[in-house]
Design a protein around this ligand. Structure first.
Ligand code: COA
Length: 398
């Protein structure tokens, strides 16, 4: 592995499937960490069933096919842990603890280890909740995130997989925060990262209005819960997305849509920064804005509103992105070769670090491709490896 990135020298071991936990490891792999992906000996990671996204989410990693819950596999796993800085696992509740792989045992083998347990609902709490399988939408449904999106008639889960990806960012940041402290103090950490609590944190914006004042907003559809002139609006030739906020912006908007007489009145005094949806003329503002925009072209609205410091822009489709000059100048899409020798296209490595940039040094490995190399380097003898293979406790790549 070449040395690169801010996480050069950091070893991350993870055992998890799909997105929520693995994408945290994927980001660290992109920023230079040595990432060891433990795959299920029976089926591998279900992410392998996808056509292309697996190539993004598992690049720069090593695949070790190992069952840590069986005798022999357990010892091999603990050897891996001895050389790791961060261990991330995702399960239906406290599976590692229930199977004897407690935090205390892992710390006996590596006192500085940062252990990040990812689950739908945490390591403790109500038993029926804690031990449940959890995926993106079901977690969104449980914690009031889903109920805030869609129309009054039909809740709709925002996608793609926001609960998973938000969790991945929470796992990344909390694991690295703990690593910083562990390296300074010599003492490891155990993190209980519940997907529902991640969504409570990032979904708190309107929730606190209810907690403190009992305010409940109807599901807003394509508009904002409590402010006018925020949303996706239909123009003569497509969709524009607008967030109008601030006094000069509101003045310009009202004048442009033919309601300039409202500005500087008792209802909308000069200096009004927010056009509240429960304000006196909210309905008239939304109607006039909608009527105005339906007569306009997207590019004209974008140009005119942007010139007035109103955030406004065309809503692009995925197929529009590659042609954007801005994307091209920043090389936001790139190609690399898969382990099967095919070219795959995906997103580049973000964010862009100026001094220690990330890189793609290897594609997603085949199932168990690195089992032998990684376990041998961790101290498992060739004889032990062979015995583990015969018992189905490890799988070696083809
Ligand atoms: N080798 C062999 N067995 C392994 C293994 C390995 N390396 N790693 C895990 N296993 C076992 C598990 O302990 C489990 O055993 P069990 O059925 O006796 O409990 C079994 O293999 C399947 O485990 P798992 O990977 O958890 O698959 P699942 O289909 O039962 O559940 C999830 C998948 C994602 C629903 C579940 O792991 C979960 O709720 N995780 C937390 C939230 C999460 O990450 N969700 C996905 C977001 S993208």
């Amino acid at each position: 592995m070449p040395g690169f990135g801010s996480l050069e020298g950091v070893t991350v071991v993870y055992s998890a499937i799909e997105i929520a936990a693995p994408t945290a490891a994927a980001l660290m792999a992109e920023w230079g960490a040595n990432v060891i992906w433990i795959e299920n000996t029976r089926v591998g990671d279900s992410m392998r069933d996808t056509a292309f996204i697996k190539e993004v989410e598992r690049r720069n990693q090593r695949s070790v096919c190992l069952n840590p819950f069986k005798p022999g596999g357990r010892e091999a796993f603990l050897k891996l842990i001895e050389k790791a800085d961060i261990f991330i696992e995702s399960s239906k509740g406290p599976v590692y603890k229930n199977r004897g792989l407690t935090d205390e045992l892992l710390w006996e083998h590596n006192p500085e280890l940062v252990i990040t347990h990812v689950s739908g609902y945490g390591q403790y709490g109500e038993d029926v909740r804690v031990n449940r399988a959890a995926y993106d939408r079901t977690v969104q449904a449980y914690m009031g995130y889903l109920s805030q999106n869609g129309t009054p008639e039909q809740p709709m889960a925002p996608g793609p997989y926001v609960a998973d990806y938000f969790t991945a960012l929470m796992v990344t940041s909390s694991s690295l925060a703990a690593l910083y402290r562990a390296k300074r103090t010599g003492t490891g950490e155990s993190i209980d990262c519940a997907m529902h609590e991640t969504l409570l944190r990032v979904g708190a914006y309107y929730m606190v209005d209810y907690l403190n004042a009992g305010v409940e907003y109807p599901r807003p559809g394509p508009r904002n819960q409590n402010l006018c002139a925020i949303g996706e609006y239909e123009c003569a030739d497509g969709w524009v997305s607008i967030i109008c906020y601030g006094a000069p912006q509101n003045k310009y908007l009202l004048e442009t849509i033919g309601l300039g007489h409202l500005w500087g009145t008792e209802e909308y005094p000069d200096g009004t920064t927010a056009l509240w949806r429960d304000g006196p003329q909210a309905e008239a503002i939304e109607k006039a804005l909608g009527d105005y925009l339906r007569t306009q072209k997207v590019a004209d609205v974008e140009r005119d509103f942007t010139a007035q410091a109103i955030a406004a822009g065309e809503m692009l489709e995925i197929r529009d992105l590659e042609a954007q000059e801005h994307f091209q100048l920043r090389e936001d899409f790139i190609e690399w070769e898969t382990h099967e020798g095919k070219t795959v296209k995906g997103v580049n490595i973000f964010p862009k670090f100026a001094r220690r940039p990330g890189t793609i040094w290897r594609p997603m490995p085949a199932l168990g491709q690195d089992t032998a190399d990684v376990l041998t380097a961790a101290g498992v003898s060739p004889e032990e490896l062979e015995a583990l293979q015969e018992q189905g406790i490890v799988r070696l790549g083809d």
